[in-house]
Design a protein around this ligand. Structure first.
Ligand SMILES: N[C@@H](CCC(=O)N[C@@H](CS)C(=O)NCC(=O)O)C(=O)O
Length: 224
């Protein structure tokens, strides 16, 4: 691809999932613009409005439009894997460092663990802590417990790599998936004190220039 036209990342100011995609584009130096949407039903500005639903019938961000290929993706896992296939063909930047079948499985198991388990558990924790109209201590306790369990699993893995990256050998897309969620531990009122390797890893991730550029870009994007 000679010169790449900017991709369009559809995002929201607070939801963690679009930040992973911005970070991936930054790591690959792929140009992109950001279009912000509101949560709620506004037909012009909202993720549940007719305009946004034409892009993503699930009414959630991220969604990613690529004018270079005409491909539209949504669900952060699908967006990430699209970006990796098209813009990181030789897997040198975001893909698994080793190329054995075990290396690929290791990459996918941590990716799926975030997408199916840690991310949704933190999402439910946030819902019952901050948004649910009626208090439900049982539900909140269940999700707090599950988040802490997941942090413990991650702690075990990061101990093996000295807190440098989730998979040995350097930062990959897996770290980007986790960073966006674990960074929100304060808002989620989950302490990292029992998880020193997670804390060390997060401090490193947050300091990376690519991650900083991604957050700056989304924070500075025009409001919807
Ligand atoms: N599993 C999806 C979920 C996307 C998602 O839940 N996005 C949130 C923001 S991070 C959202 O759009 N929420 C709006 C809503 O629930 O109405 C992913 O990994 O992209």
């Amino acid at each position: 691809m000679a010169s790449i036209q900017p991709l369009v990342l559809h995002a929201h100011a607070t939801g963690p999932n679009p930040y992973k995609i911005a970070a991936a584009l930054e790591f690959l130096s792929v140009p992109y613009t950001v279009k912000m949407w509101e949560f709620g039903d506004d037909p012009e500005k909202g993720v549940k409005g007719a305009k946004f639903l034409q892009l993503n019938e699930n009414g959630r961000v991220p969604a990613l439009e690529d004018p270079n290929t005409g491909v539209v993706s949504w669900e952060s896992g699908a967006c990430m894997n699209y970006i990796r296939r098209v813009y990181d063909k030789d897997e040198k930047v975001l893909g698994p460092r080793g190329k054995s079948e075990q290396d690929r499985v290791d990459f996918e198991k941590w990716e799926y663990f975030l997408l199916t388990t840690l991310g949704p558990m933190m999402g439910q924790n946030n819902w019952y802590r901050h948004y649910n109209a009626t208090k439900n201590e049982d539900a909140l306790n269940r999700y707090v417990e599950q988040c802490n369990r997941c942090y413990g699993v991650l702690e075990g893995q990061l101990k093996k790599t000295g807190g440098e990256s989730i998979l040995p050998g350097g930062v990959t897309a897996v770290d980007l998936h986790f960073e966006a969620w674990v960074r929100q531990h304060g808002f989620a009122q989950l302490s990292l004190d029992p998880f020193p390797s997670v804390e060390k890893w997060l401090a490193k991730m947050v300091s990376l220039p690519e991650i900083q550029r991604a957050y700056k870009k989304l924070k500075e994007a025009p409001a919807p």
